[in-house]
Design a protein around this ligand. Structure first.
Ligand code: BG6
Ligand code: BG6
Ligand code: GLC
Ligand code: GLC
Length: 917
């Protein structure tokens, strides 16, 4: 009995002495609570630094956006392939998520070796090896005939700009394959997979193992928003508020951030914590100077730290009687599994002895106790450091959520955590001590990170399927070169048709003679009034033309035309116009001077002379009654008479295209075409008299107002019209009419966009499937909004703001889609317009028998002027379809009022001459 007590006393004394000895020796490795709190605060600062745009480039902790935006919600389903590369084991898996509506995951997997010559050899060969293993797996599981999406768990730091891409920042842990750093890992693997002709695999997601772990655990516990790995390496990820992630556009919701905390301290931030052993270990590693935090924590390094300490202690005569074995001198001889075994509760000491003997040492009882304690200090420090960083993340989550108590779950994986007998307990305890205001549940990921990776892939594959649906819609708006050539040819045919006497009456492209027979020559002069009706703005102008110097002065005022008047009676409309003229004359102090007036009237009129024209039919947003078929000049005269306040001399009726051509022609005598791409779409050009069969006379030229907006009204372009065009047409004021205009002009493009958005929303692809009242409102997408949305200078957030202003509550994803829709619609418009213009210039070239034609087009209209891409695409198309025409585009800065005044001046001169004769 006494002997037993004596033994016990002797043993505890021995133990105490050994422990004291080791404690003294490793004093630096024992971290106080204050130090841990300090490290925690430092890590908080590191996270801030990594998240902010300006500090990220120099931050050691990279805080990488993962493009995983939500934890699983249970709706995930499908069959997926999964690869798990970068942990201690390489696995290939097949994952079946949610069978028959149940939240259930089935996995079949196969481990493959990762020989060091493969993981530290040539990068291409590494990925070929991975693809070979995948092929082998698929063959064994009889999956070769299937097309399966694949999620790749890749446990290294990657910079991602989307889910299915990841540029390797640097290898860590045991990997060091050449030619992979700074390149996209997914592309490497895709290339390697393509070598197998019988495999059809689509890599949809690249996830870090921390992310996979978080997602795996979140599938079972929706509170899980942190993933931690304490394995070969160490790292953590967590769900961060988008508004704090500078590197990714958008403010809404959250995104998982892969902290890559292993690199904490790489900038020297932990030098006071690191010991000589840490430095020595680092020098002998594959990546000296890198992953300094990881090297104090993770499984790949713990055993080695213990070995270096034992060696030093032996050298100092503190262990093994000063004896060292060659094994103790050999790098890597002590592994994490040894450390874990030595720290086992009951068998620990016996294990220690066995391990030391295996290392060729002859340990005493005291040595075993000391060595065991070395292990404890090293592994405890690991858990402490891990806890400090994790506590920082939890604090951050708590601050983001602004809650007093945070209830959350941390998903954990990794061999060190799993096989070390005390590790989990210690980690949990320290975390709870450091952040007492958090109720943390630690959930061990039983099925590795692949289950989570499959969740991410499932979401990605749903997104991909939706993308396909969106692309299908957008594809309707993509025109091939052949289609454009065809449009050009058809337009050409319609132009000829409209010019011919026998077909003119039935022509949809009306080819209206304008009685404008020449461009200004600079001799025009005088003071004129002009009206400009039919574009976005109604204007009254005073134009003073001075001869000789080609200088024009203009004064104008914009007046609103209320919808009720645009669509009321003709009398009301013209009375309103006259009212505006009266206001303008008052304003300018001009009442009583019967000035000559040019009337820009941007609608199709059948003219009998320069000052006579019957409105054929309203277009765009006008629909006043009792005007169609009437001479609009007469209507204006009568309205002036009705008012009986002043008199005006209406000299010319001018289409806006003609006014534009004249405005530009005043500067450039080569300007023989006028083009409007605005509310409406139209073109005029100088045609040889001999080709205009409706007008007697064969000499000289006359301007023809094509009214090409009506192109297609006979059904000739039905092949390229979409169901959305039909929808827009049916909802318009003039169904069945102006089909080309409805595909190319500002008033309708927004409507087409709106119809597409409604359809996509109905399909559940936009706005969370909710069609808002605003979206049902006709005309919300004015040209200026389209132009803003498509501007390249605008960030996504700004696009979202515009949509919000329009009453459309969109997510960032929605905004991307809306922008794409706008792009597809406006691009088609510009191309179609270009094909039409190409038809006209080619006709002019051929008519004149020229090898090359040099011609200027005067252009106006808000679409052309405001839209960021319309003019460029239009010009490119013309170049492509009419390569032998050298077309200069001249923007009309002064509107068509100036041109109308010039025409009036010429007409007045001729009138005068006639009178004098
Ligand atoms: C596994 C995961 O369970 O744990 C891997 O599936 C991960 O993705 C690994 O990399 C981490 O632990 P270790 O110890 O294998 O590096
Ligand atoms: C203006 C012209 O500059 O452009 C008008 O003065 C023309 O005559 C208009 O109708 C066309 O563009 P929008 O976009 O206003 O229809
Ligand atoms: C290393 C890798 C990191 C990974 C961790 C755990 O730190 O850089 O990406 O998550 O190991 O495997
Ligand atoms: C409409 C009109 C046309 C006008 C064009 C541009 O197409 O019918 O006359 O030129 O719009 O404003």
């Amino acid at each position: 009995m006494f002997a037993v007590h004596l033994m016990a006393f002797y043993f505890s004394k021995l133990k105490e002495d050994q422990i004291k000895k080791v404690d003294r020796f490793l004093y630096h490795m024992r971290l106080s609570d204050d130090t841990l709190l300090d490290i925690m605060r430092r890590f908080q600062a590191e996270m801030e630094k990594g998240l902010a745009k300006d500090t990220n480039p120099t931050a050691a902790v990279k805080m990488l956006p993962t493009f995983v935006r939500a934890i699983p919600d249970g709706s995930e389903k499908g069959e997926f392939l999964s690869l798990d590369l970068g942990g201690s084991k390489f696995r290939v898996l097949k994952v079946q998520v949610a069978e028959e509506g149940k939240r259930h995951v089935q996995m079949e997997s196969q481990f493959y070796p990762t020989p060091s010559e493969v993981i530290r050899g040539n990068g291409t060969e590494l990925f070929e090896y991975v693809a070979d293993c995948l092929a082998d797996f698929m063959k064994t599981k009889d999956l070769m005939h299937k097309k399966l999406p694949l999620g790749l768990t890749f446990s290294f730091p990657c910079r991602q700009t989307k889910l299915e891409e990841g540029v390797l920042i640097s290898w860590t842990k045991k990997f060091k394959a050449r030619g992979v750093q700074d390149t996209d890992v997914v592309s490497h693997l895709t290339r390697a997979i393509r070598r197998h002709k019988d495999m059809d695999v689509d890599i949809l997601a690249l996830v870090n193992d921390t992310v996979g772990t978080m997602m795996t655990c979140a599938y079972d516990d929706p509170h899980c928003e942190v993933g931690v790995i304490v394995g070969t390496g160490t790292n953590a990820c967590y769900m961060e508020d988008m508004s704090n992630i500078d590197l990714v556009e958008g403010d809404e919701g959250r995104m998982c951030i892969n902290t890559e905390w292993g690199a904490f301290g790489d900038d020297g931030a932990l030098e006071d914590v690191r010991t000589e052993f840490d430095r020595e270990l680092d020098l002998g590693s594959l990546n000296p100077g890198k992953q300094l935090f990881e090297k104090m924590i993770s499984g790949l390094y713990l055993g080695e730290l213990v070995r270096l300490i034992l060696l030093k202690m032996a050298k100092a005569g503190l262990l093994f009687g000063g004896e060292k074995s060659s094994a103790l001198h050999t790098k890597g001889k002590i592994e994490t599994r040894h450390v874990a075994a030595m720290e086992k509760y009951k068998e620990g000491l016996a294990n220690t002895r066995e391990i030391l003997v295996d290392l060729g040492l002859e340990p005493s009882e005291a040595d075993c106790i000391a060595v065991q304690h070395v292990c404890t200090i090293v592994s405890f420090r690991s858990a402490n450091l891990c806890a400090a960083a994790l506590a920082a993340i939890l604090t951050r989550l708590q601050e983001n959520k602004k809650v007093e108590r945070l209830r959350t779950t941390v998903g954990v994986d990794g061999t060190l955590y799993k096989i070390h007998p005390q590790y989990p307990k210690r980690l949990h305890k320290v975390v709870r001590k450091l952040v007492p205001s958090c109720d943390v549940r630690f959930l061990l990921s039983e099925s590795g990170s692949t289950k989570g990776a499959a969740m991410v892939t499932a979401v990605a594959s749903r997104v991909q399927a939706q993308r396909k649906q969106i692309d299908k819609v957008l594809a309707l708006f993509r025109l091939t070169r052949e289609q454009l050539v065809d449009v050009q040819a058809k337009m050409r045919a319609e132009l000829e048709y409209g010019l011919k006497k026998k077909s003119h009456a039935l022509a949809t492209v009306r080819m209206l003679p304008t009685y404008v027979c020449g461009l200004p020559d600079g001799t025009e002069k005088g003071k004129f009034l002009a009206l400009d009706l039919g574009g976005t703005n109604f204007r009254v102008l005073l134009v003073k033309i001075r001869s000789g110097r080609r200088s024009v002065r203009m004064y104008n005022k914009i007046f609103a035309i209320p919808l009720g008047i645009m669509q009321g009676t003709g009398e009301e409309l013209f009375d309103h116009i006259v009212q505006c003229i009266a206001d303008f004359l008052d304003y300018m102090g001009l009442k009583g001077a019967p000035l000559p007036l040019g009337f820009t009237f941007s609608f199709p009129c059948r003219q009998m002379s320069i000052d006579k024209g019957a409105l054929i039919g309203w277009t765009k947003g006008f629909k006043a009654t009792d005007c169609e078929g009437e001479d609009v000049v007469d209507m204006l005269r009568e309205a002036i008479k009705r008012r009986n306040e002043f008199d005006l001399d209406i000299v010319a009726l001018v289409n806006d295209t003609v006014g534009t051509m004249m405005t530009c022609g005043y500067e450039d005598p080569n300007c023989e075409i006028g083009l409007i791409a605005g509310t409406g779409s139209n073109l005029c050009y100088m045609e040889d008299m001999r080709n205009i069969e409706m007008v007697e006379a064969d000499e000289g030229k006359m301007c023809i107002n094509t009214e090409w907006g009506g192109f297609g009204d006979n059904g000739c372009i039905e092949d390229i019209r979409t169901r959305y065009d039909t929808e827009v047409d049916e909802g318009s004021l003039n169904p069945g009419k102006q089909r080309y205009e409805k595909m190319t002009s500002g008033m309708y493009l927004g409507e087409i966009v709106r119809q597409i958005l409604i359809d996509l929303t109905k399909q559940g692809l936009l706005f969370r499937g909710q069609i808002s009242e605003r979206l049902r409102t006709r005309g919300i997408f004015e040209t200026k909004f389209l132009s803003q949305i498509e501007s390249d200078r605008l960030a996504l957030l700004q696009v979202r703001r515009i949509l919000q202003e329009l009453g459309l509550d969109s997510t960032c994803e929605d905004s991307i889609v809306v922008k794409e829709v706008c792009g597809a619609v406006s691009r088609r418009a510009a191309q179609l317009c270009g094909a039409g213009l190409a038809a006209v210039v080619e006709k002019r070239r051929e008519d004149q028998g020229l090898e090359h034609l040099k011609i200027t087009v005067g252009v106006d209209g808000t679409l052309y002027k405001l839209h960021p891409h319309f003019s460029r695409i239009l010009q490119e198309t013309v170049k492509e379809l009419a390569p032998r025409c050298d077309v200069t585009f001249m923007l009309s800065e002064d509107g068509s009022g100036k041109g109308a005044a010039l025409i009036t001046a010429v007409a007045k001169r001729i009138q005068q001459a006639r009178k004098e004769n």
